[in-house]
Design a protein around this ligand. Structure first.
Ligand code: SF4
Ligand code: SF4
Length: 377
């Protein structure tokens, strides 16, 4: 196992680390076998994401006597639904966050976590709320002073807020989705470069896009080794948390450590992916700004939706496309710049200047499609 320094912290973490998200509903025996196998194979970083009592209690049992061998995280804002203690709820309430965090420490039978992540800080206004005086960041700073956590992190999905957090000097670690498919979306890889530049530890999550990169019907299929090889070769990435449901899945990922150079090769698959997406609008708005103030992504999306209702052939073709789009662009990583939301230009006002086409990473013939939309009005 390779070990890497997590940003400017003094933690040397295993390049492959363990996320416990998919173990929350498992029996103690299974959980224990996954954790033990991980430790035996060199994993030393474990992400503890929920505050469900039974899940925490079981993890506490699994780590008993092993606390000095592992780094443990906890998440602030990770709550439950009132009496339904096994239902996840994101809480923005500072007092509640502290209550759940204390539960994490108590049930894990530890006095501190190595990194506490402020969870799911996605939109910019949410980030600003978190850092305002008396907000969750202040809570984290106090808990740090009290010795209940060593380093402060944020788990985030969207680039704009993530970039601001990384450049702010307020966090030691960022947890962020990185995988071959979603990184095709423009702007996402800048977060890796920023972490590298600012020396912020970068923990990659969702490395297998929720398993969608392995599906038989996926446009291009990858192996866990190829996914890990891609993630761990991105500049700025420290480690990746995998989320196995059992020991077999864990072994499939750990195979990376003994895989051949050939098994780790992934670049030819990226070319294949690029070919697949060529000409398809994924509504990413990377073609902006448009001098005629046209919100190109929305115009195309609305046109596609309208045509889907009108024409069964169009619907069939678009459904196929939509499968691909959803594959690389799940809802929680979508982001439209605020300036684009205000654009009210009409398709008929297109100047055919072509600057959008130079910017589009997916080679969409925007001028032709805009003419098509204008004609349909
Ligand atoms: S035309 Fe290209 S850049 Fe513009 S929204 Fe579509 S895919 Fe993105
Ligand atoms: S070609 Fe049309 S849609 Fe594209 S930037 Fe120019 S005016 Fe806007």
């Amino acid at each position: 196992m390779e070990y890497r320094k997590l940003g400017q912290t003094d933690l040397k973490v295993s390049a492959i680390s363990l996320g416990t998200e998919h173990l929350w509903c498992k029996k103690l025996d299974l959980m224990n076998s996954v954790i033990s196998h991980s430790i035996d194979n060199g994993i030393n970083y474990f992400d503890v994401v929920f505050s469900f009592p039974e899940y925490l209690r079981n993890l506490g049992t699994c780590f008993k006597g092993k606390r000095d061998k592992v780094y443990l995280t906890g998440h602030l804002r990770s709550g439950t639904h009132g009496e339904r203690e096994h239902k996840y709820r994101l809480t923005t309430n500072v007092k509640e966050s502290e209550k759940y965090f204390n539960r994490v420490l108590k049930e894990l039978q530890t006095e501190y976590v190595d990194v506490a992540f402020i969870q799911m800080v996605n939109a910019l206004d949410d980030y600003h709320k978190v850092i305002e005086p008396g907000g969750v960041l202040d809570l984290a700073l106090r808990l740090k002073k009290e010795g209940k956590l060593r380093y402060i992190g944020m788990s985030m999905h969207k680039p704009a807020a993530a970039l601001e957090a990384v450049k702010s000097g307020k966090i030691d670690v960022l947890m962020y989705p990185i995988n071959i498919a979603w990184d095709l979306q423009p702007g996402r890889k800048e977060v890796c470069s920023a972490c590298f530049k600012e020396k912020v530890g970068l923990v990659a999550m969702k490395g297998f896009a929720g398993g969608r990169l392995f599906l038989k019907q996926a446009v291009v299929r990858f192996t866990p080794t190829q996914c890990l090889s891609y993630i761990l070769s991105q500049k700025g990435v420290t480690n990746v948390v995998i989320g196995p449901s059992d020991v077999e899945q864990l072994k499939e990922s750990l195979h990376y450590n003994e895989a051949s150079k050939k098994e780790k090769e992934y670049k030819y698959l990226i070319s294949k992916l690029n070919e697949e997406y060529s000409g398809i609008c994924i509504y990413c708005s990377h073609c902006q700004p448009c001098p005629a103030n046209i919100d190109i992504a929305s115009v195309f999306r609305n046109y596609d939706l309208k045509m889907m209702k009108k024409s069964p052939e169009y619907k069939k073709a678009l459904k196929k496309t939509d499968e691909k789009v959803r594959f690389i662009k799940p809802a929680w990583i979508r982001e439209k710049p605020a300036a684009v939301k205000k654009m009210k230009g009409k398709p008929q006002e297109c100047l055919e200047c072509g600057v959008c086409m130079e910017r589009c990473p997916f080679d969409v013939d925007i001028i032709s499609k805009m003419k098509q939309v204008a004609k349909s009005k």
